[in-house]
Design a binder for this molecule. Structure first.
Ligand SMILES: [Zn+2]
Length: 389
């Protein structure tokens, strides 16, 4: 397949991208001879790598945001919601886990996320529509992970990075727990800290990276991690966390982050792309020969100067999402051009805002199955029908 006449979201350069199986074969400013390949010609569209969401709990995305005030740390919040929202939590957990995970996958895919670093138990998911990255050693947090010191110092896990919620609070406890984690890292393992709201510039160099989840932090703590002070000492990645503490749409999170000015436009962009791919050691996050063909095309809105169109993107603007060279989502207007490519594949037509998208799989059946357990759930789109091309 050749994606013709698309504008790179970072540099603004117009290019043509050739895809060979699951990889990018060439990126060229001059026209690529499509030969027998399908040529998709775009007008006024930007292209960027499929986004990397470095923190989510895929099976927790049927929860509404739970909480009703500002908390001083995650243990206070956790205790509170398990007491005050017992029924809401039990209702969601009645939905079988595989259905909850699949919705978590769609939540990300609808926004152009093609890689999610899932936190928690390993998920046995085959043929997912996006990459679910789990080559990590996940510890929940110092407060909620039993035997965390022993697990942290398990020599058999040494090769894997330790991913742990840390410093999720604004009080002394949150700050002290980061010191405790650093002090107990006897094997010098690579630490990737989630949230890091209480982290200082002195603590940051002990982490290979931290994952900034600004919307979740704002909801729980009314405070963000001091990313502008930490970014010189560690790598900054971007995460949404689940809908327990944030909205479903990562573009709202990204815009909130941009609004703080704590990362510049390029740093924020790369926290979702190249920086994340480097930290997780995955072959993505860049539009270059040999990289995984994880790509998103979106209608260019606003000025065409560098990055403005990228940051103006919303899910309704997405024209095409490709994951490992396979089409996972496309705007309805592309159907005539794509039809030859889709024979035998199952897609669902949905309305998202004022746009219509085809999404891989049978999302209607998923919704119906979920609603048998959780009739009150509201999805951010309307399902129209499913079809096999
Ligand atoms: Zn989390």
């Amino acid at each position: 397949m050749v994606l013709g006449n698309v504008r790179l979201a970072d540099s603004g350069q117009i290019v043509n991208i050739s895809i060979e199986r699951d990889q990018i074969d060439s990126v060229s400013p001059t026209t690529i001879n499509a030969n027998d390949k399908l040529l998709l010609h775009f007008e006024d569209s930007i292209v960027f790598p499929g986004l990397i969401n470095s923190h989510d709990h895929l099976d927790f995305n049927l929860f509404p945001q739970l909480g009703n005030r500002v908390y001083s740390n995650y243990t206070e919040w956790g205790g509170y919601i398990h007491k005050e929202f017992k029924q809401e939590i039990a209702d969601v957990l009645r939905v079988p886990q595989h259905l909850r995970i699949l919705w978590g996958v769609y939540k990300n895919l609808l926004c152009g996320v093609t890689t999610v670093v899932n936190h928690g138990e390993r998920l046995a998911t085959d043929n997912a529509l996006i990459n679910i990255f789990e080559d990590t050693h996940d510890l929940h947090s110092i407060a909620f992970e039993k035997l965390w010191k022993l697990k942290l110092n398990n020599p058999l896990k040494r090769a894997l990075p330790v991913v742990i919620h840390t410093g999720e609070g604004t009080d002394k406890q949150a700050s002290r727990e980061i010191d405790s984690l650093i002090g107990w890292n006897k094997l010098g393992r690579n630490l990737i800290g989630i949230h890091a709201v209480a982290m200082t510039a002195e603590q940051a160099p002990h982490f290979k990276a931290i994952v900034w989840c600004p919307q979740s932090n704002d909801y729980l703590l009314d405070k963000s991690a001091p990313i502008n002070q930490l970014k010189s000492f560690t790598k900054i990645l971007f995460g949404t966390d689940s809908t327990l503490t944030s909205g479903w749409n990562i573009w709202d999170h990204i815009n909130m982050a941009r609004g703080t000015g704590m990362l510049n436009d390029d740093e924020l962009y790369q926290s979702l792309n190249k920086t994340a791919a480097n930290v997780w050691e995955i072959n993505g996050g860049e539009i270059a020969k040999g990289k995984s063909a994880d790509l998103v095309m979106a209608k260019a809105k606003g000025s065409i100067s560098n990055y403005d169109a990228f940051y103006a993107t919303q899910p309704a603007d997405i024209q095409l999402v490709m994951h490992s060279g396979k089409i996972r989502l496309f705007d309805q207007h592309m159907l005539p051009a794509l039809a030859p490519q889709l024979k035998g594949q199952q897609f669902s037509l949905i309305q998202l805002g004022d746009s219509f998208k085809y999404v891989a799989g049978n999302i209607g059946q998923l919704i119906t199955s979920i609603q048998t357990y959780l009739p009150q759930v509201v999805f951010p789109f309307t399902f129209i029908h499913q079809q096999i091309f």
